[in-house]
Design a protein around this ligand. Structure first.
Ligand SMILES: *Cc1c(COP(=O)(O)O)cnc(C)c1O
Length: 378
């Protein structure tokens, strides 16, 4: 008996030691990266007690009459309302929900587009996220990749040419608002002009705004990248700019486009309007916590501080004589790929000889300086 108790205690201690070690390891990784689009400045520890209770925001976020009441759909609705304002969506004419991330948001957007135009063809840039091609495949949609300009933005003349080849079919155009590699923004307003030029009247525009959707409205420019600019559906990630403890995002949709999907399965009494059935309650709670603490002013303040840091990083790299550039308004700085050891140390994504650093909130001037001094040493 004594032996068993000793062993159980040892095991308990082992579990605690392993948890402590793992936490320290994770915190070490998070303190060292400069290339991954995740903010680390928001303290979510006040939510810790919620991780010992079950929540499930199953089904439609606006359906709160179901039997299961351990959910936070009222908070989820606030999150959707906040992003509807941020993305200039028609108030009251907009539906959405908290997703597991922008891959799901893109799936939902393309699903809505396919229900609207079953014979539509999807056009997206070669700089688009890999989830677009995957989702086309899942939905049985034909996808056409369009070359990009040098900065990573879709080549509008090439888009015009590709659209013209399929003039007889409706067009589903994905505008990437902040590409994964260069943070280039496709302009939905220009895309609509191109669609009109190609003589296509039936179209759907989905904006994949995973990162930049959080702050595109604060960019010092006349261009818009939201519902006001003609988006029909939009996906934005929650964990990137807000650094929530788990992957998540929102998808928004013009309400009249969402309704047919929900209606089709209404026989289960509740509108089954989301991609997954059971959904995290903790993710919307974390997003609600961040938006409630920050408000739009906090989003803008954090964006502008990050923009200043991105500009600083660019100037430091250029002062070093290291090849570097940045899209206007972007928090992503492109630089000629450093040697593999540094790419590993700083967790830098690299493609075609270029790497990027992303100055999201949480990255400090000290970290940029440490990175630049590592570069100086090679
Ligand atoms: C990160 C990203 C995604 C995917 O988001 P997940 O949340 O990882 O599913 C989609 N599109 C773009 C442009 C991204 O940067």
């Amino acid at each position: 008996m004594q032996r068993i108790i000793v062993q159980v205690n040892k095991l308990k201690n082992n579990i605690q030691a392993e948890l402590d070690r793992f936490l320290e390891q994770l915190q070490g990784e998070l303190g060292q990266f400069i290339g991954f689009p995740v903010a680390t400045d928001i303290d979510y520890s006040r939510l810790a007690p919620f991780f010992n209770v079950f929540m499930n925001n199953i089904g439609d976020p606006y359906d709160t009459a179901g039997l299961f009441r351990a959910h936070c759909k009222d908070k989820e609705q606030e999150v959707i309302g906040f992003y509807a304002d941020l993305l200039d969506a028609p108030r009251g004419g907009c539906w959405g929900y908290v997703t597991s991330g922008s891959t799901e948001g893109n799936l939902y957007g393309l699903y809505v587009a396919r229900e609207r135009y079953p014979d539509g063809i999807v056009f997206y840039s070669e700089g688009a996220h890999y989830s677009i091609a995957k989702n086309c495949h899942l939905l049985g949609l034909t996808g056409v990749a369009v070359p990009t300009q040098e900065n990573g933005e879709i080549d509008y003349l090439m888009l015009m040419a590709k659209l013209a080849e399929h003039r007889d079919r409706p067009a589903i155009v994905v505008a990437t608002v902040g590409t994964t590699m260069t943070e280039a923004r496709d302009d939905p307003g220009l895309i609509r002009i191109v669609l009109a030029g190609a003589g296509i009247a039936q179209y759907h525009i989905h904006c994949d705004a995973a990162l930049a959707g959080n702050y595109a409205c604060f960019i010092d420019s006349t261009e818009r990248y939201d519902f006001g600019a003609g988006a029909d559906t939009m996906a934005v990630s929650g964990y990137k700019f807000l650094g929530t403890p788990m992957p998540c995002g929102v998808v928004l949709c013009r309400a009249e486009l969402a309704r047919p999907i929900a209606d089709r399965v209404a026989y289960i009494a509740n509108p089954d309007s989301t991609i997954s059935g059971s959904r995290s309650g903790h993710a919307p709670l974390a997003m609600w916590y961040a938006i409630t603490a920050l408000r739009q002013e906090g989003f803008q303040r954090r964006y502008e501080a990050s923009l200043g840091l991105a500009d600083y990083a660019l100037r430091q790299l250029q002062a070093l004589g290291w090849k570097a550039w940045r899209n206007p308004g972007a928090l992503t700085v492109m630089l000629a790929a450093p040697p593999p050891a540094l790419r590993y140390k700083w967790q830098l994504a690299t493609a075609d000889g270029w790497s990027h650093v992303i100055c999201l909130p949480g990255v400090t001037k000290q970290r940029v300086d440490a990175f630049v001094s590592d570069l100086r040493a090679v």
